[in-house]
Design a protein around this ligand. Structure first.
Ligand code: EPZ
Length: 421
């Protein structure tokens, strides 16, 4: 398994091209199951999770071809298999995004119930409840969610859960509703840009969706959808991660293609810490004042501070001049990075869903273990500034959601290399 070896202390300077959004690409690929004809997706990131979704879609009768770097051509060729098996689904929770389109187009779906993962319990009760509201019969058979129906009829669906809205449940119910008879209203829908990008693609295919990007989405059912060309939005979490890289190394980065309007809460937090963020013609320019201020942050559904930047922000605040408080409201157990950062000299104390971050003058390199995608990114950020050598094990977690992160960082001055072991 590959490791990353990092020698900390270099200030990052230069330009990084932000790639396409992983969390937009995955539901967009699944949405092709709803369409006739060919879809061309552009700005597709080259990630392990995209590869896994391609393999899953192939099992479901979709031809998936990478016709050029960053460009996929997808077309449904066979609708006979609608069973997403445990072997693939257990590797990637986002596989659940095939549930809605399979039900919407084929009126049947069998998807292995996703297991838990490093960031905590990941139920799909809202996904199932939304599909049942549209008329699907639900059964749990040998660990698989089975949904079947003769017809789907539009209705009002409330998708608010104990932790707020659900991103992929909103995507699934929207995709199940686009070919249903009549209108569906989703209340307490997720407002994430990735959900809005999915609606833009579906509307271009002939769907009639409005309100996407707001908590109330209305879907008027139509008879059929035809594939189109679509360019995926930039990855706001990758952009946010590199903003923090500029801040933690006291460097200056131009993030080409980044969209500030997708990161308002994160930029607000970074500015309060003392990281300077400016819009430019090609993207976003980020630099840092020498001194980092402590702040209080709570993660929220979009447009609040994203849980997917929580770990990375914790690495930055570990070096702030005072005590910060970070509360995780989406995944209360999403703290596997805390122990690893403490191994590097951070002073972090977990109190339930809150971590008290006592700023220290310096982090020190150490051998650490990646656990989930964003926790691993936090360890890379800490390694960029820690004194001496940091070795991060199990970097396959990072490869799931960051395209060649070590190459992008090395190109702007980081002393980081991938070592095959
Ligand atoms: C999406 O996951 C993202 N993944 C996650 O990014 C992200 O952390 C999460 O949204 C929150 O922003 C993709 O888009 C592929 P949720 P999702 O359903 O849709 C609870 C990354 O690092 N919930 O919005 O699975 C759930 O337990 C990944 O790129 C229910 O209770 O997340 C959580 O506490 C990690 N019942 C909260 O809602 C349900 O049926 C939000 O989860 C569904 C979710």
């Amino acid at each position: 398994m590959d490791v990353f070896e990092i020698h900390g202390g270099n200030r990052l300077r230069g330009t990084i091209q932000i790639g396409g959004s992983k969390n937009a690409a995955l539901p967009l690929m699944a949405a092709v199951l709803l369409t006739e004809g060919e879809t061309i997706l552009r700005n597709v990131p080259d990630l392990k999770d995209v590869e896994l979704m391609g393999e899953l879609l192939a099992q479901l009768g979709v031809s998936v071809r990478r016709i050029e770097p960053g460009i996929l051509r997808l077309r449904v060729e066979d609708e006979s298999n609608s069973h997403a098996r445990y072997e693939l689904v257990s590797q990637m929770r986002a596989s659940v995004c095939v549930l809605g389109p399979l039900l919407g187009k084929r009126k049947t779906a069998r998807v292995a119930m996703p297991g838990g993962c490093a960031i905590g319990f990941r139920p799909i009760d809202l996904h199932v409840r939304g599909c049942q509201a549209l008329g699907a019969d639900y059964d749990l058979a040998n660990g698989d969610v089975v949904l079947k129906t003769k017809r789907l009829a539009g209705t009002e669906v409330f998708l608010g859960g104990p932790f707020g809205s659900s991103v992929t449940a909103t995507a699934n119910v929207m995709m199940a509703a686009v070919l249903a008879e009549g209108a569906t209203v989703i209340e307490s829908a997720a407002c994430e840009p990735e959900v809005a990008d999915l609606a833009v693609y579906l509307n271009a295919c002939g769907a009639r969706i409005s309100g996407h990007g707001t908590p109330r989405i209305v879907i008027e059912g139509v008879d059929a959808l035809r594939g189109v060309e679509h360019t995926i939005i930039p990855d706001r979490i990758e952009a946010g991660t590199f903003m923090i890289a500029a801040g933690i190394t006291n460097g200056e980065l131009e993030l080409a293609g980044a969209r500030l309007d997708h990161l308002v809460a994160a930029v607000d937090a970074l500015r309060r810490v003392g990281v300077l963020v400016k819009r430019t013609d090609t993207g976003v320019n980020v630099s840092a004042a020498r001194r980092l201020e402590p702040i209080e942050i709570t993660t929220q559904p979009y447009p609040g501070f994203p849980t997917d930047l929580q770990a990375q922000m914790m690495a930055l605040l570990a070096l702030a001049d005072g005590n910060s408080v970070l509360t995780e409201k989406i995944y209360p157990d999403r703290f596997l990075h805390v122990a690893e950062l403490n191994r590097m000299g951070a002073h972090l104390r977990k109190e339930g869903p809150t971590v008290i971050i006592e700023g220290v003058k310096q982090l020190v390199g150490a051998p650490v273990m990646a656990s989930d995608l964003r926790a691993s990114a936090a360890l890379v950020l800490a390694g960029l500034i820690a004194k001496g050598r940091t070795v991060i094990q199990r970097v396959y977690h990072i490869d799931r959601g960051y395209e060649r992160i070590e190459e992008k960082l090395r190109a702007v001055g980081a002393d980081i290399r991938r070592v095959k072991t």
